[in-house]
Design a protein around this ligand. Sequence first.
Ligand code: MLC
Ligand code: AMP
Length: 533
Amino acid sequence: MNSVMTTTSAAARGVSHNGQNLFNALRAGFPETLDACAVETDQGLAYSWRDLERATAMMANLLESLDLPAGARIAVQVEKSVEAMMLYLATLRAGYVFLPLNTAYKSAEIDYFVQNAEPSVVVCSAANFGWISKIAFTNGAQHVFTLDDDRTGTWLQRAAQCSDQHTVALREADDLAAILYTSGTTGRSKGAMLSHANLLSNAQVLHDYWDWRAGDVLIHALPIFHVHGLFVALHGALLAGSKMIWLAKFDAKTVLQHLPQATVFMGVPTLYVRMLAEPALTPALTGRMRLFVSGSAPMLLETFTAWRERTGHTILERYGMSETVMLTSNPCRQDARYGVHGSERRGGTVGFPLPGVSLRVCDEQGRECTAGEVGAIEVKGSNVFCGYWRMPEKTAEEFTADGFFKTGDVGKFDADGFVTIVGRSKDLIISGGYNVYPAEIESFLNELPGVAESAVVGVPHPDFGEVGVAVVIPRNGVQLDAASIVDRLKSQLANFKIPKHCVVAAELPRNAMGKVQKNVLRGKYRDLFWSGT
Ligand code: MLC
Ligand code: AMP
């Protein structure tokens, strides 16, 4: 019998737990019958809630046996697997700080993160052990383990020797649970420090706002190194004691196959675009589903509308970021704060500020805008992070005098209270839900031999929403070849950051002040991949 169908989760029942460790709250969400299926994978594996309990205990005991300093960072760059998810939970359980890294990152990127975060433990795939362990040990890590997506690796070998009984480490609300690196508009990435309270408060708000319930089944198709897959999706399912259908990688056909067994799906807009391209997507297939969530990047109104026409379901769009977890959401059920509009999911908007989140839109003078006026989005709440790792000045710059975090997003409220994001003040490209900072790509381009300067801009793309285009200016008398420039970048940067088009040009357009006019470049290349918007 599947207990998630028959029992109310402990979190929903309000069972109390000791201490402020986020793991305790997630564990309290497990159903009473621990033998029920918690995770079913696309490889045909099944894990019970007891498996999650025991494996996280063993892994937490392994971490504790390593005699790590308080607040030690556990950096993890591994392919998605249930064991990798357990490693995250075990890190919480043992009271250390989880540092997930995108599997696409290459050595220059990993080198920076490891130097900056100084993790005590690094876990990587066996294939990358050589170069990653070198970086790790050079930067003071005490332990490097391997973990692969076929349930092998030294991490599991060592954990298998540990006891499956473990007392959850006591942690205060403000103690760090995770550091998520997020690129900067200038300079290098910054580590956003998230506490147990940041993550738990947001997870509890979403549990309620999205009406998670016994019997929910989540299709988990997102990577687990970013907020969306690691926190929003995973915490939601665990708090509700909901079974997860665990896909190692997003594939539209595989998701469609599993839709009839599921009730909740979360994705970035690219995932919806790809599923809409499948003729098999029909209302019959989505009959059991109750909630489709989209976020991390803007969803086009035409995708929102097409989804409703094809499936009969209205996508719930929400907005968040690494520094704040979730900020706004369209309603799942009636939101009493918004009267007649309180149950409407309005396409093109990201909905209402979540309960407990103060969100304001301000003009350049810091005055709060009225409905319809566009300004900078600023936020406050228990979900807002504790600052950037070892960057107190940068942290201070990003907060207003009255304690609001400056998101770098530009938006407006409408008269009914819905928030719309209309742009970004930060120079950022969001491609398939991943953030790409032009400044970072330009700094790599500018280091290449023969390059005088460069500019990277985002242009519309039918699949990824937005992709980068690089314009490169050679030094006097140098012949540059766009294809070999791209090859050089590929050897140094994560693949999703590589501009999808590279042009060698004589000069960059500049204004009277000498500033590069990126808007001119955006206009010039905007129809390169798609003229649909
Ligand atoms: C892959 N590629 C991308 C890309 N993903 N290019 C640009 N943008 C992307 N996002 C390129 C690769 O470089 C490669 O190119 C080719 O596509 C195939 O790679 P792949 O790995 O096989 O791609 P695929 O599996 O199709 O991945 C696409 C995707 C993936 C959309 C499934 O990008 C994805 O899972 N995105 C979700 C990201 C996410 O979870 N974001 C949440 C951030 S949290 P080549 O040339 O090398 O062959 C956040 C806060 C919030 O933002 O609010 O949630
Ligand atoms: P990250 O730093 O990876 O967490 O990305 C956060 C950024 O993604 C936000 O600051 C927004 O610019 C963007 N974002 C997240 N959700 C949405 C959304 N629903 N619509 C538009 N932009 C979004």
